[in-house]
Design a protein around this ligand. Structure first.
Ligand SMILES: NC(=O)c1ccc[n+]([C@@H]2O[C@H](COP(=O)([O-])OP(=O)(O)OC[C@H]3O[C@@H](n4cnc5c(N)ncnc54)[C@H](O)[C@@H]3O)[C@@H](O)[C@H]2O)c1
Length: 335
């Protein structure tokens, strides 16, 4: 049975909310939505080089946020920041699977040490906090069956997946042991406004968007038939807000997903309705092949049953809105 969609806005207006990684792609979209519904938003972000953080992601509302420059790998100063927060969204982390393999120790710091510091800070300073963690479908590795269910085995194919999985366990452990109300959401391929396009670290959607928007040749690894759940970032923000304000989600690990999976070829076809470019299929580079997971799409019925969430933007509508955004902000995102 699907729960009726409640409106999280009413639960969030006037509340104190901390967004870690709030200058990045998903974090900035979330922070702007929180502001729009009347939350008092603090952002903590260290603008890690090459990550997706950019102060311009908050324009023209930058001055409406309290912005704290702090690296979460430094634990003690974090305690002060969590103290008076009602809701905490933990978006800070490293996204790049390739970087996690090139420098696993850095990924350990950014995804594990940072997360442990955050849950510890909550345990000591604010055990009543509600904490939402953005994990990833990468924890499953190569799916054993499709769609992938939350109870299916986890078997990461890269250190990023291992470290995000540890981050999940920290949240669930602190929920069970110290009553911090944590929710883990396993995000999948997210695209949309404010996504960093200028380097190849933010995943396949950002690479394809960048090439297409600049009219470059779009290069697909393999035959392009690999299927994924593509989520527009506005739908991800909906899921984060619903999970935070639905008590049935606390202590749970929940998949996100799309109404139907699309192949990378279909993602590129959706782009081609708005941009002119040529497509080239190239063999997988060796380092990518090693960590490629083949087809993935998830079963997200648990999240839907608990919150009523479902994506509002299909791929065509999401792509149209995304291309319009990047065209009108080309000076910031397409240089
Ligand atoms: N983008 C996706 O498709 C996707 C998919 C699955 C999961 N996720 C998860 O969602 C989260 C956000 O992803 P995103 O795409 O917005 O990434 P992003 O790189 O755009 O944003 C991450 C932000 O976190 C900040 N940050 C990282 N480590 C930090 C630290 N130790 N201290 C302070 N700030 C730090 C960075 O400066 C950056 O601004 C990540 O945790 C990622 O694992 C994203």
């Amino acid at each position: 049975m699907t729960a009726p969609v409640h409106r999280p806005d009413a639960h969030i207006a006037g509340r104190a909310v901390l967004v870690t990684g709030g200058l990045g792609f998903i974090g900035s979209n979330l922070a702007l939505r929180l502001r729009a519904v009347g939350a008092r938003v603090t952002i903590v972000d260290a603008l890690i080089p090459e990550h997706g953080g950019d102060l311009r992601n908050l324009d023209p509302h930058r001055d409406d946020f309290r912005i704290e420059s702090l690296d979460l790998r430094r634990g003690p100063p974090l305690r002060r920041l969590v103290r008076d927060q009602d809701l905490i969204f933990h978006l800070a982390g490293q996204v790049s699977h390739g970087d996690s393999m090139r420098d696993p120790e850095q990924d350990l710091g950014l995804n594990c040490v940072s997360t442990l510091n955050l849950v510890e800070a909550c345990r000591h300073e604010n055990p009543a906090a509600i904490l939402v963690f953005s994990s990833t479908r990468q924890v499953y590795g190569r799916p054993r069956r499709l769609p992938v269910h939350e109870d299916d085995p986890v078997d990461p194919v890269d250190t990023n997946g291992i470290h995000k999985l540890a981050g999940e366990y920290y949240h669930i452990l602190y929920h069970r042991t110290y009553d911090v109300r944590s929710v883990v959401l396993r995000l999948t391929n997210t695209y949309g406004p404010r996504q960093q396009l200028r380097n190849e670290r933010q995943g396949v959607t950002s690479v394809l968007l960048f090439q297409a928007l600049r009219g470059q040749r779009v290069r697909l690894f393999g035959d392009g038939t690999q299927r994924r759940d593509f989520n527009h970032v506005d739908d991800v923000v909906d899921a984060l807000l619903l999970a935070a304000t639905t008590p049935a989600c606390y202590g749970q690990v929940l998949n996100l997903g799309a109404e139907r999976p699309h192949s990378l070829n279909e993602f590129v076809a959706a782009l081609s309705r708005h941009c002119r470019f040529e497509v080239e299929h190239v063999p997988f580079p060796d380092d990518r092949k090693l960590i490629d997971i083949g087809d993935y799409y998830g079963d997200w019925s648990r999240l839907r049953a608990a919150t009523g969430w479902r994506p509002r933007l299909d791929l065509d509508a999401g792509m149209r809105q995304t291309v319009e955004f990047f065209r009108s902000h080309a000076d910031v995102y397409l240089r």
